[in-house]
Design a binder for this molecule. Sequence first.
Ligand code: PAF
Length: 291
Amino acid sequence: MPIIHHHISALKVALQPYRAKQQRIALVPTMGNLHDGHLELVKVAKQHADIVVISIFVNPTQFGVGEDFDSYPRTLEEDVAKLVTVGADYVFAPSIDEMYPVLPPPTSVRAGEITSQLCGQSRPSHFDGVGIVVSKLFNIVQPDVAIFGQKDYQQLAIIKQLVRDLSYAIEIIGAPIVRAADGLALSSRNQYLSESERQTAPILHQELQYLAKQISDGEHRQQGFKKLLEESRQRITSAGFTIDYLEVKTVELSDIAHNNESVSENQNLVILVAAWLGRARLLDNQLVTVN
Ligand code: PAF
């Protein structure tokens, strides 16, 4: 059974002896409502550290006005029960007051240019909120390693940038996307899907796989990325999604020339999508190497 702490001071005291013994501490930051994807993050963490701390905090600063902060599922008891199965050592579940003595906090962590694209376009303050809460969690837990899911590809890139720019001595590990048997990427927000939407949802992953195959087969050289993406957008929209974005980027999230063949052979790209299906905003991505 993991030990639960709600206060920063108590968690720090609890972790101090491990640090003194040079034991490695891993942090898995989450907003709770844990599913198998989160449990996989804990399993990865255990491979890289002696002690695993999982934080469970629905962070108000990363939700915009009208987003699902109030309705976001808070399921601490069930989460702790699930964590027993993967052997997490500590749960840090602070209150909002504990994390933010002043809300909104007057201090900010800005990730800059990288936030002006993809999720940042429709959620303009989201990554600033992620930046400040992750910085605080890093300062509180002082982990040697922290694990984030690759499903939130842009978030992972921003965290790596944060670690570089703020000189955190923390190794950041991106854990592979965990999918349901039909391919849907696991997410706490999947539970917003109705039964029929849940049947439709895997189309997003299927479409990414199809696009990846087209690109790896060199189809973009005949048709151009723009056309491939446009056709794909049409299929996704016809299936009932409202697309926020569907884009192909370099793995560093730089733009590629969308309408020509200038992408070089063996270049690694990532196809990223965010789309609404009913109340759920679904995110997914797929890496692809150009042939
Ligand atoms: O990915 C999430 O669940 C959140 O953005 C994170 C990293 C826990 C910060 O609140």
